[in-house]
Write a protein that binds this ligand. Structure first.
Ligand SMILES: [Zn+2]
Length: 259
C-alpha cells in the first residue's frame, strides 16, 4: 500500500503555498458541504438559500446558517493541519469561510469564498465590512452587526460568496500570484480536480513548482494533475512535514520524534 519513497518537502522547497478546502476543517465538526453527510444533503433548503438570486429575502437564513458555522468554528478551533501550516509560516489560499487559518496563527490567508466571521454590505459598490460576533439567530443584530450599512443604509449580509456570485477579484488575483511564486504547491482537503485546484496547481507547476495533493480519499483524475498524491490524513502528514522542516532548520532539539 505505502509507496517505497513517500514525498516529503526538501531544502529546495523554500516557498511552500497551501490551498485548503473543507476537508482540513472536517475534524472541527464543521463537516463538508458536499457528500452524503454534507451540509447540503442534511439541509437541502439551506443549499437553496445560498443562491444569490434569492437575496435579499434569504438574508435571515444566511445569518442563521453562517452565524452558526462561525460559532462552531470558534468553539472547536483549528485542527492539527491548520496549526502545522501556521507553524510553517506558509501563505494559504483557502476556500473555507471559517477563519481557522487565522485562528491558528497564519498571517497570509487569501479567502476565495469570503468569511463567515465578517459582515459586508449588500450594496454592490459599497465596500463597508466589519468583523462580527458569531451568535444564534437570523438577524444581523444577533451577530453583533447593524441591520443597515452605516455608510449607505443598504442591508448588511454575511461576507460569504454565494452560488452565482463572483469570487472576490483581489483574492483571486493574490491566489494566482502566490501559485506562481511557489516552489511547492500543496492542496489539502479540497477536490483537486475542480476549480480552483484544477487551475492553480497547473499554474504553479508551469512556474516551476512541485505540486502535491494530500487527501485521505483522492478524487479520480487527481493523479494526472499533481506530481504527488498522498492518500493520507493531512492531520498526520502536515505536522510530520513541519517537524522535518524545522529539524533541517537546526531546531532538532525540539523534535520529540526524530526521523
Ligand atoms: Zn453600504
Amino acid at each position: 500500500m505505502t509507496p517505497a519513497r513517500r514525498f516529503v518537502p526538501g531544502p529546495e522547497h523554500r516557498e511552500i503555498i497551501f490551498l485548503t478546502g473543507s476537508g482540513i476543517s472536517a475534524r472541527t465538526g464543521l463537516g463538508t458541504f458536499r457528500g452524503p453527510d454534507g451540509l447540503w444533503a442534511l439541509e437541502p433548503e439551506t443549499e437553496q438559500a445560498m443562491h444569490a438570486g434569492l437575496l435579499p429575502d434569504s438574508l435571515p437564513q444566511l445569518w442563521r446558517v453562517w452565524g452558526r458555522m462561525a460559532r462552531i468554528a470558534r468553539e472547536h478551533g483549528p485542527t492539527p493541519g491548520h496549526r502545522a501550516i501556521a507553524r510553517l509560516g506558509a501563505p494559504v489560499i483557502t476556500q473555507n469561510i471559517d477563519g481557522l487559518h487565522q485562528a491558528a496563527g497564519s498571517e497570509v490567508v487569501t479567502e476565495l469564498h469570503g468569511s463567515a466571521l465578517r459582515a459586508a454590505c449588500l450594496g454592490e459598490a459599497c465596500l463597508w465590512s466589519a468583523l462580527l460576533e458569531p451568535g444564534d439567530g437570523s438577524r444581523p443584530e444577533d451577530h453583533g452587526v447593524p441591520a443597515s450599512c452605516p455608510r449607505c443604509g443598504a442591508p448588511t449580509r454575511p461576507d460569504v460568496v454565494l452560488f452565482d456570485e463572483q469570487l472576490p477579484p483581489q483574492a483571486l488575483d493574490l491566489a494566482m500570484r502566490l501559485a506562481q511564486r511557489a516552489d511547492l504547491f500543496v492542496a489539502v482537503g479540497t477536490s483537486g480536480v475542480v476549480f480552483p485546484a484544477a487551475q492553480l496547481a497547473p499554474l504553479a507547476a508551469a512556474h516551476g513548482a512541485t505540486t502535491v495533493l494530500v487527501d485521505i480519499d483522492p478524487p479520480v483524475g487527481s493523479r494526472e494533475l499533481f506530481d504527488h498524491v498522498l492518500a493520507e490524513d493531512a492531520h498526520e502528514v502536515l505536522p510530520d512535514w513541519e517537524r522535518r522542516i524545522h529539524q533541517v532548520g537546526g531546531t532538532s532539539f525540539l523534535d520529540p520524534f526524530p526521523a
